[in-house]
Design a protein around this ligand. Structure first.
Ligand code: CA
Length: 232
């Protein structure tokens, strides 16, 4: 597994690289956004694309948002953003640009490595393989818990790990309305240091990817409370 670390603070990228190496991952580092795009494009040309990207948002030459958008034009590689503490709007902008997840600085390298592991596991689909085979249907959408796949009219829809966790959590209890806090703790676990508004971004992305015509398709907004699955 090869990981690209994009971070202009060498002290951070070196520590992260050392931790990833200890876990058996190979890692390259880029000090700025343009260099990141060079490495990303080269890796694709060589037919050895990166398995995951760790991406700082504040970067010289090309911002992390731009890198994210450019990568997303032709790749669904998991992207974990690194962002400064207390910048909820930055996090939301990053998720909008197509990042899968975020870790807030200063962070523990162990936490970051755990997130990396979780994303790599889910992109190979093995994480929940021991659960009973379950497919939950919402209209023309199938949520395949076992395969960790969302299908619309039988065709696979490309969702990120966190988007999958959000919709599968909602679908697991179709009668229940979840508050944002509850959804975070059920979907991501209690140690997830998330802003509750990021759930809104995941929901918005899911509705868009599923091709809903209006804002209540597939996932219903319960005003003043949270969300529930939109069973017809
Ligand atoms: Ca930076």
């Amino acid at each position: 597994m090869r990981i690209l670390i994009v971070e202009d603070e060498r002290s951070i990228s070196e520590v992260v690289k050392a931790y990833l190496k200890k876990e058996g991952y190979e890692a390259d580092t880029a000090d700025d956004g343009l260099r990141a795009m060079e490495l990303f494009n080269e890796s694709r040309k060589k037919n050895a694309p990166y398995d995951l990207i760790i991406l700082d948002l504040m970067l010289p030459r090309l911002s992390g948002y731009e890198v994210c958008k450019q990568v997303r034009t032709n790749s669904s590689v998991p992207i974990i953003m690194l962002t400064a503490k207390g910048t909820e709007s930055d996090v939301i902008a990053g998720l909008d640009a197509g990042a899968d997840d975020y870790v807030i600085k200063p962070f523990s390298p162990r936490v970051l490595v755990a997130r990396v592991r979780a994303h790599l596991r889910s992109s190979t689909g093995a994480e929940h393989a021991n659960e009973n085979s379950t497919v939950i249907k919402i209209g023309n959408v199938d949520i395949d818990i076992t395969a960790r796949e969302i299908r619309r009219d039988g065709k696979s829809v490309n969702v990120t790990r966190n988007e999958f966790l959000v919709i599968s959590t909602l679908a697991s209890k179709p009668d229940k309305t979840f508050s944002r806090d509850e959804l975070i703790s059920k979907a991501f676990g209690d140690d997830y240091e998330g802003f509750d508004r990021t759930i809104d971004t995941y929901v918005k992305n899911l509705r868009r990817k599923l091709g809903g015509d209006n804002s209540n398709d597939y996932i219903r907004t319960v005003h003043g409370f949270g969300y529930r699955i939109g069973m017809e």
